[in-house]
Design a protein around this ligand. Structure first.
Ligand SMILES: *Cc1c(COP(=O)(O)O)cnc(C)c1O
Length: 490
């Protein structure tokens, strides 16, 4: 690289970018070629890297070879391989060539698109691809950008929930008075993602006003509208102000689907902002046969789904649509002198800085645009269907083994299963499932995760990594079975 401190650094030299960029692409392509050779879950101990790296940043430049060597020998062992075909934990975090190329373009341009004027194409392409996606999902017209609605790319589902809750809070406080914060009530279920609780903490919602409606196996862990109605009525009687409901399509634990239409009726009747979180399962709803799971979305105020989970768009890319963009911008817009410009002042454009928490934002729509253009919607549907087919196959394998049971019906590509209790001993059964989880994951051959439903420790096999094929599912099940029989005969 640079030699000696006399020379001025040339950090963006075209020829160096070409040379090193090519090498880096080769390096990453080789990584994908051999990705199934690594232990899926990193097997290092906490603090391992401190022992391997120096205490101070280098004074003199080092070579790309030295750095890549260190990456290979010291960093990679501490990496869990989310793109491995045998990664079945949590939910997938899809990467793809198209997404990768789009990200590369975005990084290559290095723009910050907070206002329209800072890169008109960044704002306009985002509006267009969000409209494309809204149409693929058959979302109500009001979510399209031609009216008062529209979509925006957030970094995460958590940020989506945060900004809509802030918008809803602002709207209600404007109408009932700013000092009513202590009266605002939020509704969720015990299966709602913890992002909502974090949001409430950030937004200053009183902890006593955070309603967590219980679910159980009788509704497959879906929210029960009658419990919502009861809670809302009680809160109204107590002089509180119900203002925000978060329902989920495809809960994180078990892909439960809350009944949107019934919940929406209650929310609409009571002036409650209704948000639907479909971070993972929303992607499946581009297939007509899965669209039914977001039926009722027309009753919502906002909806989010994350193509960075299951739609081949590299992290981060979480889509949020709202019907009323003014409620977002009224809560989040600022207008400092140093950002003033003609287009914004004349209200001719969207400035996405007013739809999100940070000011700065990258050209994220490029990667979604690349994915949609290079693959096309038909192939994306086939991609989703294939994962669901593989999940059905895994589910069959589990059901055929008397030592195991399916805990809650599979809807999308997540299978929730466990070792069955012997002699009705649930406690022992939980222990065995935890032991099985550890044994499977320490094998390095696959990575699954767990949850707890009605006190039962449940194993989760979430199919959806871009490289997963039937043979990986077969192999995963074989490892699980082998570890289980070892445990059971100990
Ligand atoms: C994954 C997930 C989230 C959290 O997503 P982030 O983008 O990491 O914030 C929220 N809700 C549901 C239903 C999820 O599956």
């Amino acid at each position: 690289m640079e030699n000696g401190s006399k020379n001025v650094l040339k950090p963006m030299d075209s020829e160096q970018l070409r040379e090193y960029g090519h090498r880096m692409v080769d390096f990453i392509a080789d990584y994908y070629k051999t990705i199934d050779k690594f232990p899926v879950l990193s097997q290092v101990q906490p603090g391992y890297l401190h022992k391997l790296l120096p205490d101070f940043a280098p004074y003199h430049p080092e070579t790309m070879d030295q750095v890549l060597d260190d990456f290979r020998t010291k960093i990679l062992p501490g990496v869990t391989h989310w793109q491995s075909p045998s990664f079945f934990a949590y939910y997938p975090a899809n990467s793809s060539v198209a997404g990768f190329l789009g990200e590369m373009l975005s990084v290559g341009l290095g723009i910050i698109g907070f206002s329209w004027i800072t890169s008109p194409a960044a704002t306009e392409l985002e509006m267009i691809v969000l409209d494309w996606l809204a149409k693929l999902l058959n979302l109500p017209e009001q979510f399209l950008s031609k009216g008062n609605g529209g979509g925006v790319i957030q970094g995460s589902a958590s940020e989506s929930i945060l900004v809509v809750l802030i918008a809803a809070r602002n709207k209600v406080l404007r109408s009932v008075g700013q000092n009513a914060l202590e009266k605002l009530v939020v509704y969720s279920s015990d299966q709602t993602h913890s992002a909502l609780q974090k949001t409430c903490q950030i937004a200053g919602i009183y902890p006593a006003n955070f309603r967590v409606l219980e679910t159980d196996a009788s509704t497959n862990y879906a929210m029960r509208p009658e419990l919502l109605q009861e809670a809302v009525s009680q809160d109204l009687e107590a002089g509180l102000i119900p203002f925000f409901l978060c329902a989920t399509v495809g809960t994180t634990s078990s892909t439960a689907v809350d009944p949107l239409a019934e919940l929406g009726t209650i929310a609409n009747k009571n002036g409650i902002w209704f948000h639907v979180d479909a971070a993972y399962a929303g992607s499946a709803c581009i297939c007509p046969e899965y669209r039914q799971y977001i039926d009722g979305v027309e009753t919502t105020d906002s909806f989010n789904t994350s193509p960075h989970k299951w739609l081949l768009t590299n992290f981060e890319c979480s889509l949020l649509w709202v019907k009323d963009q003014d409620s977002l911008t009224e809560a989040l817009s600022t207008n400092p002198e140093y950002l003033k410009n003609k287009a914004s002042q004349a209200n001719l454009v969207i400035d996405y800085k007013d739809w999100q928490v940070p000011l700065g934002r990258s050209f994220r729509s490029l990667k979604l645009w690349m994915v949609l253009r290079l693959y096309g919607s038909e192939a994306l549907k086939r991609y989703i269907r294939n994962h669901i087919k593989l999940a059905r196959y895994f589910e069959q394998l589990v059901s055929q083994d008397p030592n195991f049971e399916i805990v809650t019906p599979r809807i999308f590509s997540l299978v929730c299963f466990r070792l069955v209790p012997k002699e009705n001993d649930e406690k022992k059964c939980n222990n065995q499932n935890r032991k099985l989880l550890d044994a499977v994951n320490s094998s390095g051959k696959l990575f699954i995760s767990h949850t707890v439903l009605s006190g039962k420790v449940v194993l989760r096999c979430a199919i959806g990594a871009p490289l997963t094929e039937e043979k990986h599912v077969t192999e995963a099940w074989k490892v699980i079975q082998d570890e289980a029989s070892f445990l059971l005969h100990k």
